[in-house]
Design a protein around this ligand. Structure first.
Ligand code: GDP
Ligand code: MG
Length: 575
């Protein structure tokens, strides 16, 4: 076990995690130059293009250190976005140490701190790494000072590197060997294997990524998932080399995979403990949590012929993504589709893009909604995320909506604009402190619904890109919410309804009308678009009729293709 190091790289998005992983993989001669492409660990096209990691990946790097000994460095790559912070926490639990990667030009950001706190909660040994020292704007000395004074980390351990150029990467590998502790654990104890990821392979079934905390697992063993009692026979155990490499066993301290002919990732829950049926451990490992969807939207195929394809595509995505939920939905305006639940907006966008790209289905998505709790006058409680199912206002006693705690890190001078932004979004209980000179960590409680509505884009724009943001769910709170209906030529379009705060209703109604106006192609006749609460019209606009000379090509009702969509953003390429 002394020659194993399990570690993770934690960083704010874009600070160079994937690039550093690539360099380490190359240094350990894992892949030939021919096979090499950037961002080896980011398998999905979307991950490469957007430069974000969505699924965590693991790779076992064989490394011969300066002391002449051979080590196995298990790099557990973690997703780099707030939507996936639970996955990050599970991946960290499977490590003894972490590289805290900080961009030499940007310094510490919200997710640097959030991830650092997560790593500290898991008692990880931390090696600070200052990356991108090749940049002309790099200021490694100041960042090193931040690390020492503001984060309170050992400045003797700080490594400087340029993942892009390759400078300093070998020193980082040496620092991992020297400064991170080897794993502990008893190979003869009852099996306790922590699941930190699961992916589906159509030929081999679910590939379970595990860290063996105690005990040993071998092919032929009957394993049991402690959260749901499901049992399977192990077919193969192995390590994540560049390909999966079968091993006779996995034992305490190791990170690897288990294949057990499992047909769905649903049974395989990150954070769950695997034990042996024949000699079960008394207690599961702490920290298991069911995944929770927080954002909901209905997805409809633009062409009704694509409904079956959409159903099949969702089934397929679900095989690999236990966090995605969906059920049948229908709308008078849009026909048959699916109501889907997501971990957050990024997760929603990823699913949308994969459906459009990998499955080639054109989609309409309804405005994302959160889950509201309705307290009805008969004393019952109803949880609803779909505007189409909102109860009759006459029977509602009160409505509660989910709140989050936002942590926003900004250079001092943006304090005013960020405060205003948060107040506009119904922020409460604000507080702030100075985690380091010149920077403010601003905390604020906000309704989740206000955050999924372009909050992050606004924050980036008012802070000229310097604001960084992280959030956690808090609770549900009573709010004065009203149902905003959108009418096209006097008829309510069910799929366009949304729940909004009474004070924002008129503004939101106007925005919704204007967006729709842009999306509806001009017709031969005038189209009235109205927003209403109850029966009262609060905003309206018209799509004016076309003049004769330009009408040649179009005719008909509202084109579904452009008419109702609410959100169809093309993938942004990131360079
Ligand atoms: P991640 O989001 O943390 O995985 O970051 P990436 O590895 O995707 O890197 C984000 C961007 O920074 C990419 O455009 C990289 O090419 C660039 N980058 C990463 N490391 C360095 C570096 O050492 N120097 C420079 N100049 N750019 C870097
Ligand atoms: Mg990345």
């Amino acid at each position: 076990m002394n020659n194993i190091r399990n570690f993770s790289i934690i960083a704010h998005i874009d600070h160079g995690k994937s690039t550093l992983a690539d360099r380490m993989i190359q240094l350990c001669n894992m892949v030939s130059a021919r096979e090499f492409k950037d961002q080896l660990l980011d398998n999905m096209d979307i991950e490469r293009e957007r430069g974000i990691t969505i699924k965590s990946q693991t790779i076992c790097l064989p490394y011969t250190a300066d002391d002449g000994k051979q080590y196995f460095l298990n790099l557990v790559d973690t997703p780099g976005h707030v939507d996936f912070s639970y996955e990050v926490s599970r991946a960290l639990t499977s490590c003894e140490g972490a590289l805290l990667l900080i961009d030499a030009a940007q310094g510490v950001e919200a997710q640097t701190l959030a991830n650092l706190y997560l790593a500290m909660e898991n008692d990880l040994e931390i090696i600070p790494v200052i990356n991108k020292i090749d940049l002309p704007s790099a200021d490694p000395e100041t960042v090193a000072l931040q690390i020492d004074e503001d984060l309170g980390l050992d400045s003797d351990l700080v490594q400087f590197c340029s993942a892009k150029v390759g400078t300093g990467v070998k020193d980082i590998l040496e620092a991992i060997v020297k400064n991170l502790p080897p794993p502990e654990g008893d190979p003869d104890a009852p099996l306790q294997a922590l699941i930190f990821d699961a992916t589906y392979d159509p030929f081999r079934g679910t590939i379970i990524s595990v860290r063996i905390i105690n005990g040993t697992v071998r092919p032929g063993d009957i394993i049991r998932f402690m959260s749901n009692g499901k049992e399977y026979k192990v077919e193969e155990t192995g390590l994540f080399k560049f390909e999966k490499e079968p091993q006779k066993k996995l034992t305490a301290g190791q990170v690897g995979y288990i294949l057990a002919g499992i047909k769905t990732v649903e049974d395989t829950r990150p954070g769950d403990t695997i034990t042996l049926k024949s000699n079960p451990c008394p207690e599961p490992l702490p920290g298991f949590r069911e995944v929770q969807q927080v954002v909901f939207s209905s997805i409809y195929p633009i062409s009704t012929d694509d409904y079956e394809d959409l159903a099949a595509a969702l089934e397929k995505l679900k095989l690999n993504d236990a966090a995605l939920t969906f059920e049948k939905d229908s709308s008078a305006a849009l026909g048959f589709g699916f109501r889907c639940g997501f971990l957050g907006l990024l997760h929603l966008e990823v699913i949308q893009e994969r459906l459009e790209r990998e499955f080639d289905i054109s989609l309409i998505l309804t405005v994302p909604s959160v889950q509201y709790i309705f307290h009805l006058s008969d004393g019952s409680r109803k949880i609803v995320d779909n505007p189409a199912h909102f109860p009759d206002p006459a029977h509602i006693d009160k409505i509660e909506e989910p709140f989050i705690k936002a942590t926003i890190l900004i250079p001092e001078k943006y304090m005013g604009v960020v405060m205003t932004l948060c107040m506009d979004r119904r922020g409460e209980n604000t507080s702030f402190h100075y985690p380091m000179p010149g920077r403010i960590e601003f905390q604020c409680e906000l309704p989740l619904s206000e955050v999924i509505y372009d909050f992050y884009d606004r924050l980036k724009s008012v802070t000229q890109g310097y604001g960084s943001f992280d959030y956690e769910m808090l609770d549900h709170r009573k709010s004065d919410l009203v149902k905003l209906d959108i009418l096209v030529n006097g008829e309510v379009v069910d799929a366009l309804s949304q729940l909004v705060h009474r004070n924002n209703a008129r503004a939101r109604g106007l925005v919704a009308c204007e967006v729709l106006k842009k999306e509806i192609p001009r017709q031969m006749f005038k189209i009235a678009i109205q927003a209403a609460i109850g029966g009262t019209i609060i905003a309206r606009t018209n799509v004016s009729a076309m003049r004769k000379d330009v009408t040649a090509k179009c005719y008909g009702g509202i084109s579904q293709e452009n008419g109702n969509c609410l959100k169809s953003r093309k993938p942004e390429k990131k360079g």
